[in-house]
Design a protein around this ligand. Structure first.
Ligand code: SF4
Ligand code: SF4
Ligand SMILES: [Zn+2]
Length: 316
């Protein structure tokens, strides 16, 4: 039985000294007697840790300022979350209304088991490829090729946030190879979308050291110059504005074998969940609802997410 006060619940002080959050039972249990109450948020703990490094007057003014910042940041985050939920709910309602209305139209070849698949849109404005973009792309390629050539093989590349991309791309390929109809349908959807997920490819196209090193491992006869030229030669004279340098009006200019693992393994959430739940025996067409936003700016308040296209796509 505990006889000391250590570990017992402090009375009175139940709010975080920094943000004012009311501590829950678990947090109170972890609080020691005479310890200034603080919630589990790292930002609050960091502020409180500074108490011993300042005079009480200076700390009080620091605390007030940091409290204001923390509360403002949290409010902003809450607003953003509410906004995202509102967008999701209103789009879902609009999609369901559209499905219901399509079901009552005898000319639309769908039935009650038809699934709605919402996809974004790629950017479509085409213009002449700027020399400044080519310069940046060439520099990027030079850098990753130089890094790749210093390694013996792809397994030596330092792991980063895209480390799982290769395995993901293999898994995706395996799943699609086992379901050729699903591959055809996925390709149809991506063609319709025109690269809604490519808009962040910029002048790097997600080509990384590991992309190049893996390509070198599979093609040991190629020199670094040949690899560099192989990439640069695929650039089109005209590209999609503000999108990946390899995105053209006919899709990606890079053959799959030159693309990054990120590109080869990526499907947007909507397509990914459709692929995951795909049942081979089900032949019901899909009702595709395409919106104006790209895959990345759906929740950008400046972007209009209106419906730009509705199509019934046959499976396979
Ligand atoms: S994966 Fe999704 S966002 Fe990317 S091109 Fe295909 S449908 Fe569009
Ligand atoms: S390299 Fe191709 S697939 Fe990858 S982002 Fe660019 S256009 Fe899209
Ligand atoms: Zn707090």
């Amino acid at each position: 039985m505990t006889t000391s006060n250590e570990g017992s619940i402090p009375r009175g002080n139940t709010e975080c000294e920094v943000c004012g959050y009311i501590l829950n039972q678990t947090e109170l249990m972890l609080q020691r007697v005479n310890e200034t109450p603080v919630c589990k948020a790292q930002e609050c703990r960091v502020v409180l840790d500074q108490k011993t490094t300042m005079s009480s007057v200076v700390f009080q003014s620091h605390l007030n300022f940091q409290r204001k910042l923390i509360l403002e940041k949290r409010e902003k985050k809450r607003k953003r979350e509410r906004y995202v939920e509102e967008i999701k709910a209103s789009e879902e309602k609009e999609n369901n209304d559209l499905l219901r209305s399509a079901l009552t139209n005898p000319k639309v070849p769908i039935d009650r088991s038809t699934q709605v698949l919402a996809i974004p849109s790629g950017l479509v404005e085409i213009s002449l490829l700027k020399s400044s973009r080519v310069k940046r792309y060439r520099e990027h390629l030079r850098r990753v090729i130089t890094e790749a050539v210093q390694l013996n093989n792809a397994s030596e590349v330092v792991q980063d946030q895209y480390f799982n991309a290769y395995q993901k791309s293999l898994d995706v390929d395996k799943r699609l190879s086992a379901n050729p109809k699903l591959r055809v349908l996925s390709d149809k959807l991506c063609t319709l979308c025109q690269g809604g997920c490519c808009s962040e490819g910029g002048d790097h196209a997600y080509i990384r050291t590991v992309t190049i090193r893996r390509y070198m491992d599979s093609n040991p006869e190629l020199t670094t110059e040949e690899i560099f030229d192989g990439y640069v030669s695929k650039l089109s004279d005209k590209t999609v504005d503000s999108s990946c340098i390899n995105q053209t009006d006919k899709g990606c200019a890079l053959p799959r074998v030159l693309r990054s693992d990120v590109c080869n393994g990526f499907y947007c959430d909507s397509l990914k969940s459709y692929q995951k739940d795909y049942v081979t025996s089900d032949a019901t067409p899909v009702l595709v609802i395409q919106r104006a936003n790209t895959n990345w700016n759906r929740f950008d308040p400046d972007v209009e997410n209106h419906i730009v296209n509705v199509e019934v796509i046959e499976r396979g």
